[in-house]
Design a protein around this ligand. Sequence first.
Ligand code: APR
Length: 243
Amino acid sequence: MRIEELAKEIKKGRVVALTGAGISSNAGLPTFRGKNGLWTYIDPEKFTMEFFRKNPEEWWSIAKDLFLPFFNARPTRAHYALAELENKGFLEAIITQNIDGLHQMAGSKNVIEIHGNVNKLKCILCNEYYPLKDYIEEIKKGGLPRCPRCGSILKTGAVLFGEQIPRNEYLLSIYYSSKCNLMLVIGTSLEVEPAATLPRYARENGAKIIYINKDVSEIVGKEMEYLQGDSDEILEEIVKAIK
Ligand code: APR
């Protein structure tokens, strides 16, 4: 689909974006798969809930180096473009698999974080959340962050493999996917559930699915239209075409 046509579709309304690590790659944050993806040099088995419970000290010693780049990351042009579309009333919601908080930093309001957020910590017992920044010095020194209420170990606010995704966000992601007319799937390999199924909910509602990705992707079948390119370039062209 050409950008001009896509702009016309977006103007009809009921648009939802589903984003993945690719939209943050220009912010210097790693993607997970493909060349230099995080899982090519970190064992994903160490990012399971089971590994965390058995080895909290080791987990935090690995995670602290991974999370530090998130503190310096700033939104990409694509993040700002989506915030502008929402601001103009052309985007109802962003469902993101990303844990970096860059959509909100760019000004997006309705952001559904189905994999949680790295900027907060969660108590594994009382489920209270606390800001990561309050614990980062202790974590850098190799300490174990503990809940001020019950003393249990705090885990990252990002969802680990084998951990339930937040129920409210899960239900919201299905709600928005099922009622949209157009879904922009941006910078994701769609390898992980439940994100991978959300385009199907949209499709079942008769929505058009536009798969925006810089690499050629075999997953783009007949049910999606493929816009190959960098998310920054493509989203800025869309915003220009909408004006
Ligand atoms: N513009 C567009 N697409 C890009 C860009 C870019 N600048 N950079 C990378 N991509 C694409 C890659 O081609 C790839 O298809 O983004 C996709 C990133 O895929 P993954 O690394 O698999 O990331 P994601 O799909 O978000 O992973 C989903 O898997 O490991 C879990 O919890 C983790 O949230 C993550 C989930």
